[in-house]
Design a protein around this ligand. Structure first.
Ligand code: G6P
Length: 607
């Protein structure tokens, strides 16, 4: 994934580039680097690990220069060390890259045969060498870049600069996003508008296949054939502030505690609480005439989609296909005119989700996307953007974006149910009223923080955890397991409670905690039977339930986390909180890097 920045300005750019990279660190934090041109010479500072290491390096060895490029890396080709950190140089060329050059092995062989030596293990270095080779043949920098770009296969966003020209940056996009920022006698390139927000809110987004020639006072965009193309300049709504942790220890904790507020904002966007109805937000399809809805997404967003399948099918009798986007994109799913597609993404940039969207576009089905960044590529390429109003989510493990996705999806399910004639006005009003209570219950659950922290102390001693749930609590069990493994590195699996006997029960012994998510509902007794099966084999049960459930669960548990009794439709939204809190406190006890766990990135713009 990686984040890239380029600035051609009128004050020293290195500190500005680092500032912009801070806003892009969600895209990866394996290494970081900056290159500038000062007194006609290319200079570079790079450091393994987080951006703060690069800041220290620059503190010891500052870089001057009014033009520069910067990078924060999520490693694909080559281990995350300083040699593989960007920018990469080849003679007069400096380059930063986000994406994967798929034909790099072939290009590397060709360039090696021509005498080009490779300093790193990255795929990126081939691009620098390709451009340098064109320059050596006498091409101008712009022509050399264009010729090199034509040789590349795969996904890339690039920023390139040239020793000898302190008024030239070249950017290119094929896949990962890239935005041009317009300043006053200065210009910017960045992976997103938020990175550029302190400098400008005047943004032009490049489309796939575009490349741009940037000078301080002008810029021109071309397609791959070299024809000039026009792209709209727009005002970005990206926020310029670097969100801080307030009085919380981690962003994740802050984001967990923001949930009552952001769930409320999101629900109010989709529901009219006064009238007790779903708002008629523009959609490119009519729920009443749909035969099927297909949803795809990745990671936590996928699990939000999986929960919504229960809502759409049960409340609106609308069949839903739900897929992991990396599977959907290659599955060649047949589509029919009475289908619609929905995509869910916090960032709006996830490569697999975007590719799935484009598949559906090719099949001619209407597309609506639930995104937290409406200006993102997925937002821009959808027929309708359905925003989650979670605000910027910084912690790599998604928390508030998830519950806001659920809030939007539950509201849409209510709208679909009404449109398809499966709920009466009265029933619809009741559902809207019940949904409106989610923020209040979420606040109450946050008060259980101390108790959950104690449970987490025990959990931090184990190596494996099983999560069980039925119905909407089954995807929630998977989300619980995902949260725990992401940030604490404890191996965890989420299973449908009824499936336990078909395999996972073999894992149960006195060392295996089993976290059961079971509000008191019509299938509660079934889950109790599954808990009996665990208890009979010495398994240690942590039960997350409500008051009625706690009274009726006839099983000995190691811990019981008791939530208030609440309407069934909001349980997945509210029960997400104790699950997040449990993972958070476990990770804190284990001393892991909660906000930036190893090997992960917040926005995944590669396959
Ligand atoms: C990464 C993040 C997850 C997120 C997933 C999908 O894996 O670490 O938290 O759920 O990508 O991201 P998206 O931005 O599409 O929701």
């Amino acid at each position: 994934m990686c984040g890239i920045v380029g600035i051609v300005g009128h004050s020293p750019v290195a500190p500005l580039i680092v500032d912009a990279l801070k806003r892009l660190e969600y895209r990866g934090y394996d290494s970081a680097g900056v290159a500038t041109i000062e007194h006609g010479e290319l200079g570079r500072r790079r450091a393994e690990g987080k951006l703060v290491n690069l800041e220290h390096r620059l503190g010891d060895q500052p870089l001057g220069g009014l033009i520069g490029i910067g990078h924060t890396r999520w490693a694909t080709h080559g281990v995350p060390n300083e040699t593989n950190a960007h920018p990469h140089f080849s003679r007069d060329v400096a380059i930063v890259h986000n994406g994967i050059i798929e034909n790099f092995a072939e290009l590397r062989d060709e360039l090696s045969a021509d005498g080009y030596e490779f300093a790193s293990e990255t795929d990126t270095e081939v691009v620098a060498h390709l451009i340098a080779r064109e320059l050596a043949k006498g091409a101008t920098p712009v022509k050399a870049a264009h010729k090199a770009l034509a040789r590349l296969e795969g996904a890339f966003a690039l920023a390139i600069m040239f020793r000898g020209d302190e008024d030239l940056l070249i950017g290119a996009r094929n896949g990962p996003p890239l935005a041009v920022g317009h300043g006053d006698g200065e210009m910017f390139l960045g992976s997103d508008a938020i990175a550029l927000a302190p400098f400008t809110d005047s943004i032009t987004y490049l489309e796939d296949g575009d490349w741009v020639v940037i000078r301080r006072k002008e810029m021109s965009i071309f397609d791959m054939a070299g024809n000039p193309v026009e792209r709209r300049r727009q005002k970005s709504v990206g926020t310029s502030y670097l969100v801080d942790k307030g009085n919380h220890r981690h962003f994740m904790q802050k984001e967990i505690f923001e949930q009552p507020e952001v769930i409320s904002h999101t629900l109010s966007n989709y529901l009219d609480f006064t009238k007790g109805t779903a708002r008629q937000i523009d959609l490119p399809f009519d729920f009443a005439s749909l035969d099927r809805l297909t949803i795809s997404a990745c990671g936590t967003a996928y699990l939000a989609g999986l929960i919504s399948k229960y809502w759409f099918e049960r409340l609106a009798r609308l069949p839903v296909d739900i897929d992991i986007a990396s599977e959907f994109r290659y599955r060649e799913v047949p589509m029919s005119p009475r289908m619609a597609a929905m995509f869910i993404s916090q960032s709006g940039e996830t490569a697999d989700t975007l590719a799935s969207l484009r598949y559906c576009r090719g099949e001619g089905v209407p597309i609506a996307s639930i995104v937290n960044v409406p200006e993102s590529t997925i937002g821009r390429e959808s027929d309708a953007v359905l925003p989650t109003l979670a605000g910027p989510e910084i912690g790599v493990a998604s928390t508030k974006a998830f519950t806001c996705q659920l809030s939007a999806l539950a509201s849409l399910a209510v709208r679909a149910a009404h449109a398809r004639g499966h709920v009466s006005a009265e029933q619809g009003k009741k559902l809207v009223r019940e949904l409106s209570e989610a923020p209040r219950f979420a606040s109450q659950v946050l008060r259980l923080d101390e108790q959950i922290e104690k449970v987490a102390r025990d959990l931090s001693q184990v190596h494996h955890v099983l999560y069980l749930g039925r119905d909407t609590n089954f995807p929630l069990a998977m989300e619980g397991a995902l949260k725990l493994k992401e940030i604490s590195y404890i191996h965890a699996e989420g299973y449908a409670a009824g499936e336990l006997k078909h395999g996972p029960i073999a894992l149960i012994d006195e060392n295996m905690p089993v976290i059961v998510i079971a509000p008191y509902d019509r299938i509660f007794e079934k889950t109790v039977s599954n808990m009996q099966e665990v208890a009979a084999r010495g398994g240690r049960i942590i039960l997350i339930t409500d008051q009625r459930g706690a009274e009726r669960a006839t099983v000995k548990t190691m811990d019981t986390i008791v939530l208030p009794d609440m309407p069934e439709i909001i349980t997945p939204i509210v029960y997400a909180l104790p699950i997040q809190m449990l993972a958070y406190h476990t990770a804190v006890h284990m001393g892991t890097d909660v906000d930036q766990p190893r090997n992960l990135a917040k926005s995944v713009t590669v396959e």
